[in-house]
Ligand binder design. Structure first.
Ligand SMILES: [Fe+2]
Length: 189
């Protein structure tokens, strides 16, 4: 296992946070670093790749001490999906294993309209920026196996107050996602 790939990601992304200002610029600068991380599926420890029979899992892999970014392993069991939600901070999704579909929603007052869908294959990246419209629903595109994507957000996403939307009524509810595990991988060993 080459956990040094995760360490390299953390070191490079920390440098970006130290030298680049602004959400869009930080997202754009981090994108190629995440692309390099998800180009190889040989580094994610088993403990952070485990699906749950009922719920998609969000395993924190690292959080910057100043909470300028975090990296999370999302593990989707067959048929699992998110509610319609936003993020409130910039984000990047890198497909590591399997496949997932993201369907965008446009919000016009109280009305939500489903927009384009994109299905990610391993190595591909999706960008999320609130000012560009980041409301979406994500589902495992595979009916018979788990899928895993690696997410980077411009904050400690487990603590961010954000929103879920009822696509039928447009009703908005606040939520805080938290994380699925109490432990993080040790890439210093
Ligand atoms: Fe999302």
């Amino acid at each position: 296992m080459t956990l040094s790939r995760l360490k390299d990601f953390v070191q490079e992304t920390t440098r970006i946070m130290d030298t680049v200002d602004g959400d869009r610029a930080r997202m754009n600068a981090t994108r190629p670093v995440l692309e390099r991380l998800v180009a190889h599926d040989d580094w994610l420890p088993e403990a952070f790749a485990q699906p749950h029979p009922q719920f998609y899992q969000q395993y924190l892999l690292y959080c910057d001490p100043q909470e300028r970014f975090c990296i999370v392993s999302f593990v989707w069991g067959p048929g699992q999906r998110t509610p319609v939600h936003d993020h409130m901070v910039w984000g990047l999704v890198g497909m590591l294993r399997g496949s997932e579909t993201s369907t965008r929603y446009a919000r016009d007052g109280q009305v939500l309209r489903a927009g384009a869908s994109a299905t990610l294959q391993p190595g591909q990246i999706e960008c999320l920026l609130p000012e560009d419209g980041d409301i979406h629903v994500v589902n495992n595109a595979l009916a018979d196996q788990a899928s895993i994507s690696i997410h980077v957000y411009g904050a400690n996403i487990g603590k961010v107050r954000r929103h879920v939307f009822d696509p039928g009524t447009g009703a908005v509810k606040e939520f805080i996602s938290g994380f699925s595990s109490e432990v993080l991988p040790n890439f210093w060993a």
